[in-house]
Write a protein that binds this ligand. Structure first.
Ligand code: IPM
Ligand code: MG
Length: 352
């Protein structure tokens, strides 16, 4: 099969990890007789530097016209000025919105060989296999009004947490569908004791739950959920939540896996064009050193193979190779080893 992939390596360690993930995709293409065509574009700080915009209309159009998008990371101290009119993060948000990818899948699994890398007690980590489904194109990130003004002589800042019923419904349906292929449990996380938007969230979760009686549904308040992620992470299966709660909870959940460098993500919408990215950031402190862990990005390509291209066997092959590599004690610095980004990718490629 033939697929066109837009690469957005971005800033910091982004280009290093994306480069290795492309090598993995090339091996898959030749082994399974597919053709992957890559086109590289700028997004984030590098795009601000070159074009004065974190995401140009042309780049967005190229992404929309491709079969999927692989992103490294965006941001860095160079573009951190709070008064700047554009920021790398704005490009990422505009890309998510422009692609219509409302569902962000962030799986968190703990590899047995990495249990010691986590600050949690080993017995708590046994059997941890969580899929966080974060709503990605609504909520506080996108609601209006938004901005700053002066009111009654006071400087004021406003963000709006807004959700429409259809936005909640479509992600809730996906949560139940995904749960059916797993342990058949959905945890809907909200703040329904305080927020109106959360009461709508809970109402729709309950409705969709009734339509899916074979899946267990529980409602958990976000503060309690953040605690339970540490005290009993193995009790979760699919966790579905709004944008901001999901942003916070997934960073927390990533600690379970020992390193953020290990974790992939997929952002999906109504079409098959998906956005795939590791959950870690641009890591400016180690950028250019060639020591970043490429696994989060490589596992993101496995998600691309599965969700956008429907190539399940190929996806499993990549995941198996990563698993065997970890079992064989190959380690980059973030998980206690000395391998470079390239060497880690070589270890994985050898096992493909
Ligand atoms: C993430 C990141 C982004 C977000 C930032 C970089 C805008 O933290 O993907 O989790 O908040 O969504
Ligand atoms: Mg985040």
């Amino acid at each position: 099969m033939n697929f066109k992939i837009t690469l957005l390596p971005g800033d910091g360690i982004g280009p290093e990890v994306v480069g290795e993930a492309v090598r993995v995709l090339e091996i898959i293409a030749s082994k399974y007789k597919h053709t992957f065509t890559f086109q590289e574009r700028l997004m984030g700080g590098c795009s601000i530097d070159k074009y004065g915009s974190s995401l140009t209309d042309e780049t967005l159009a190229d992404c929309v016209a491709s079969d999927s998008v692989l992103l490294g990371a965006v941001g860095g101290p160079k573009w951190d000025d709070p008064n700047a009119k554009d920021r790398p993060e704005r490009g990422l948000l505009a890309l998510r919105k422009g692609l219509g990818v409302f569902a962000n899948l962030r799986p968190v699994k703990v590899h047995p060989a990495l249990i010691d890398g986590s600050p949690l007690k080993p017995e708590k980590l046994k059997g941890v296999d969580i899929l966080v489904l974060r709503e990605l194109t609504g909520g506080l990130y996108f609601g209006f009004p938004k901005g700053r003004d002066v009111k009654d002589g006071r400087e004021r800042a406003v963000d709006t947490l807004e959700y429409y019923d259809y936005e909640i419904k479509r992600i809730m349906k996906l949560a139940f569908d995904l749960a059916k292929g797993r342990k058949k449990k959905v945890t809907s996380v909200d703040k329904a004791n305080v927020l109106e938007s959360s009461r709508l969230w809970r109402q729709i979760a309950t409705q969709v739950g009734k339509e899916n009686p074979d899946v267990e549904l529980e409602h958990v308040l976000v503060d309690t959920a953040s605690m339970k992620l540490i005290t009993g992470p193995a009790s979760f299966d699919v966790v579905v939540t709004e944008n901001m709660f999901g942003d916070i909870l997934t960073d927390e959940a990533s600690v379970l896996a020992g390193s953020m460098g290990m974790l992939p993500s997929a952002s999906l919408g109504e079409s098959t064009v998906g956005l795939y990215e590791p959950i870690h950031g641009s890591a400016p402190d180690i950028a250019g050193k060639g020591i970043a862990n490429p696994i989060g990005t490589i596992l993101s390509t496995a998600m691309m193979l599965r969700h956008s291209f429907k190539l399940e066997a190929e996806a499993v092959a990549v995941e198996k190779a990563v698993e065997q590599t970890i079992t064989a004690n190959a380690r980059t610095a973030d998980i206690g080893g000395k391998l470079t980004t390239r060497q880690m990718a070589d270890e994985i490629i050898q096992r493909l």
